[in-house]
Design a protein around this ligand. Structure first.
Ligand code: COA
Length: 108
C-alpha cells in the first residue's frame, strides 16, 4: 500500500499486490484520490501533471522495481472516470471479468 501525504493529510492511496503464483504479475486493487484533491494537478520535475497520473506512475514504478512485468486490474463497466484513467495510463481492456466488471492489463 502506497500512501501519498500532503501537509498533515492523506491525499491518495494505491494498493498493489504481486500474484502469489506468478510474481511478475501484479494486481492493482485500488487507486483513490481524496475527494477534495480529485481532478487536481501537482508540480513535478517535468512540470504540472494530473495528481492521479503521478500516483499511478509512482505505484507502477514501485511494482516494476519489485519485479512486476505486467499489472492487471478490474473495473466496473460503468466507471468511466476510472476507465479513462486506466486507458491514459496505457492499460488495455483484455477480457470481461463478470457481468459488471472488465479486466485491464498494462505490460511493462
Ligand atoms: C478514479 C480517480 C482515482 C481518478 O482521479 P481524479 O483525480 O478524480 O482524476 P480525473 O478523472 O478528475 O482526471 C484529472 C485529469 O487527469 C487526467 N488523467 C486521468 N488519468 C490520467 C492518467 N493515467 N494519465 C494522464 N492523465 C490522466 C484526466 O484526463 C483529467 O485531465 P483534464 O483535467 O485535462 O480533463 C478518482 O476519481 C477516485 O479516487 N475515485 C474514487 C475511487 C475509485 O473509483 N478508484 C478507482 C477504482 S479502484
Amino acid at each position: 500500500m502506497l500512501v501519498f501525504e500532503g501537509q498533515d493529510e492523506v491525499i491518495a492511496v494505491a494498493v498493489l499486490e504481486a500474484d502469489v503464483d506468478t510474481p511478475s504479475m501484479w494486481d492493482l486493487h485500488v487507486v483513490a484520490i481524496a475527494n477534495e484533491h480529485q481532478g487536481r494537478r501537482t508540480m513535478t520535475e517535468v512540470g504540472e501533471l494530473p495528481l492521479v497520473e503521478v500516483v499511478l506512475d509512482t505505484a507502477m514504478k514501485y511494482a516494476m522495481d519489485h519485479g512486476a512485468k505486467a499489472i492487471r486490474t478490474i473495473v466496473a463497466t460503468g466507471n468511466t472516470r476510472s476507465i479513462r484513467m486506466l486507458l491514459l495510463q496505457g492499460f488495455k481492456r483484455t477480457d470481461r471479468y463478470d457481468k459488471d466488471y472488465d479486466e485491464y492489463l498494462a505490460s511493462m
